[in-house]
Design a protein around this ligand. Structure first.
Ligand code: NAD
Ligand code: USQ
Length: 383
C-alpha cells in the first residue's frame, strides 16, 4: 500500500515513515521543513543532531534497500499538494504536518494566527485534494487528547451518547482545549467530520497523548537516522524534558501543583498505532476517532518517577514547582477511554524503569548539546 506521510521530517513522522517502510509499505514523505526553520527562529535545537532529510533518506536506502519518495513543500500551497499527491498516488495519508507546540501558539498574535492558519488550511487543502482526486484514500490525521480538555466526567473516544429532555443522540464529545494550538486541532476535527459527511471521505482522527522516548527499531539502526528530541521550553514535552533536565542536574520543572493529568505513550507505540489505523480503514463516509495513549500520569508523578530512576543511576535530581505559565486546572478528574486501538491489537510499551534508564542514558550522552537558557518556560498564557 502507498502511504504519504505529511510532516515526515518531524519527531513522530520520521519514526512512522521508517516504520512503515520497514513493514513493506511504499512510503512518501511530504514536508516543508518549516519546523527546522521555527527552531532557528526561536533559537533552539533538538538535543540530538539530526541530519538533513536527503541524507537521512539516502542512509535508509543504503541500509535497507528501500527508497522513500520526498516532496519538499508547504501543504498550504494547494498546487504543490495536489501535484505531489497525483505524482505519488496515495492510498492512505498520515497527516503529522502541523505546528504542534502549545507554547509556540501562545507567544503572541502572530504565532496564534500562524498556528491556526498553517494547521487548519493545510488540513482543509488535504480534504479538497482527496475529494477532487482520491475519494477512496484513507486520511489518518493526528489530533490530540488536549482537544477534550479536562472535563469532570469520563472522556469517550470522540463521541458521547446524551439523553436530553427525553430524547437521545450520539454527538461529538464536547471540546475544551487549552491553547490556540489545541484549538486548531478542534477546528481540524470539525472540518474532517464535515467532509466525511458531505463527500463520503473516510478518516481516522488519532487523538494522541503526549509522546515520550526517542528510539524506535528503525531510528536506532544508525546515527544518521536518529530522531529529534526536543527539551526546550517551547517544543519540549513533559517527560522528555524531565529526563534531559535530570541529566544536566537542572531541577525538574513541574508547573504549578503538578496534579495536571494527561495521557502518555511511547514513540514505539505511536508508529504501531498509525500502522494499525492504516491496516483497518473505516468505511466510506465514516469519521472515526481513536484516543491514542497507553497510560495516564500526573506531571508530579512523572517527575517523581524520573527522580527515582535518576537517583538509582547516581544523578542528583531535584523537583521544583514553578509558577504555572499556563492557564489550566492543576488538580482535576481525568479518566479517558482508550480501548479502540487495543481492540485492534495494540500491545503497549508501558513506561518502565528500563525505558527511563535508557532515556536518561541517552540524554546524558548528548548533554553537551544542551543550552541551559532554553530550559525554563518563557511563554505565558496570561501575557
Ligand atoms: P514536529 O514539529 O516534530 O513535526 C511536524 C512536521 O510537520 C515538521 O517536520 C514540519 O516541518 C512539518 N510541517 C508543519 N507544517 C507544515 C506544512 N504546512 N506543510 C508541510 N509540512 C509541515 O511535530 P511532532 O511532534 O512530530 O508532531 C506531529 C503531529 O502529531 C502534530 O500534528 C502534533 O500535533 C501531533 N501530536 C504530537 C504529540 C507529541 O507529543 N509530539 C502528541 C500528540 C499529537
Ligand atoms: N508541564 C510541566 N512542566 C514542563 C512541561 C510541561 O509541568 O516542563 C505540564 C504542562 O503545564 C501541561 C503538561 O505538562 O500541563 C503537558 O505539557 P506538554 O508541554 O508536555 O504537552 P502539551 O503542551 O499538551 O503538548 C504536547 C505536544 C502536542 C500534543 C499534546 C498532547 O506538544 O503536540 O498535542 O502534547 S496532549 O497533551 O494530550 O494534548
Amino acid at each position: 500500500m502507498k502511504v504519504l506521510v505529511i510532516g515526515g521530517d518531524g519527531y513522530c513522522g520520521w519514526a512512522t515513515a521508517l516504520h512503515l517502510s520497514n513493514k513493506g509499505y511504499e512510503v512518501g514523505i511530504m514536508d516543508s521543513l518549516v519546523r527546522r526553520h521555527w527552531d532557528m527562529e526561536i533559537c533552539v535545537e533538538t538535543l540530538t543532531p539530526i541530519a538533513p532529510i536527503q541524507q537521512r533518506l539516502q542512509r535508509w536506502k543504503d541500509l535497507t534497500g528501500k527508497s522513500i519518495d520526498l516532496f519538499i513543500g508547504d501543504i498550504n500551497n494547494y498546487d504543490f499538494l495536489s501535484k505531489g499527491m497525483n505524482q505519488f498516488q496515495p492510498e492512505a495519508i498520515v497527516h503529522f504536518g502541523e505546528q504542534r507546540s502549545a507554547p509556540f501558539s501562545m507567544i503572541d498574535r502572530e504565532h496564534a494566527v500562524l498556528t491556526q492558519a498553517n494547521n487548519v488550511i493545510g488540513t482543509l487543502n488535504i480534504l479538497y485534494a482527496m475529494q477532487q482526486d482520491f475519494p477512496d484514500c484513507h486520511l489518518v490525521k493526528l489530533g490530540t487528547m488536549g482537544e477534550y480538555g479536562t472535563p469532570n466526567i469520563d472522556i469517550e473516544e470522540g463521541y458521547i451518547t446524551i439523553e436530553h429532555n427525553g430524547r437521545k443522540d450520539t454527538l461529538p464529545y464536547p471540546k475544551q482545549p487549552g491553547s490556540f494550538y489545541h484549538l486548531s486541532k478542534v477546528h481540524d476535527s470539525h472540518n474532517i467530520h464535515f467532509a466525511c459527511k458531505i463527500w463520503g471521505l473516510r478518516a481516522t482522527d488519532l487523538n494522541q497523548g503526549v509522546v515520550y522516548g526517542v528510539l524506535t527499531e528503525e531510528t536506532g539502526m544508525d546515527e544518521l537516522l536518529i530522531n529529534r528530541l526536543d527539551y526546550d521550553g517551547i517544543f519540549g514535552t513533559a517527560l522528555n524534558r524531565f529526563c534531559i533536565q535530570a541529566a544536566i542536574d537542572h531541577p525538574l520543572t513541574v508547573y504549578g501543583k503538578g496534579g495536571q493529568t494527561r495521557g502518555f505513550l511511547d514513540i514505539r507505540d505511536t508508529v504501531r498505532c498509525v500502522e494499525i489505523a492504516i491496516a483497518n480503514p473505516p468505511d466510506a463516509g465514516k469519521f472515526r476517532v481513536f484516543n491514542q495513549f497507553t497510560e495516564m500520569f500526573s506531571i508530579a508523578d512523572l517527575a517523581e518517577m524520573v527522580q527515582k530512576a535518576g537517583t538509582d543511576m547516581g544523578l542528583k535530581v531535584k523537583i521544583e514547582h514553578l509558577d504555572n505559565p499556563r492557564v489550566e486546572l492543576e488538580q482535576h478528574y481525568f479518566n479517558a477511554k482508550n480501548t479502540n486501538l487495543l481492540d485492534l491489537g495494540l500491545q503497549p510499551h508501558y513506561l518502565s524503569d528500563s525505558l527511563l534508564d535508557s532515556l536518561l542514558n541517552f540524554a546524558t550522552k548528548y548533554k553537551h548539546r544542551v543550552d541551559k537558557n532554553q530550559i525554563l518556560p518563557k511563554v505565558s498564557w496570561r501575557r
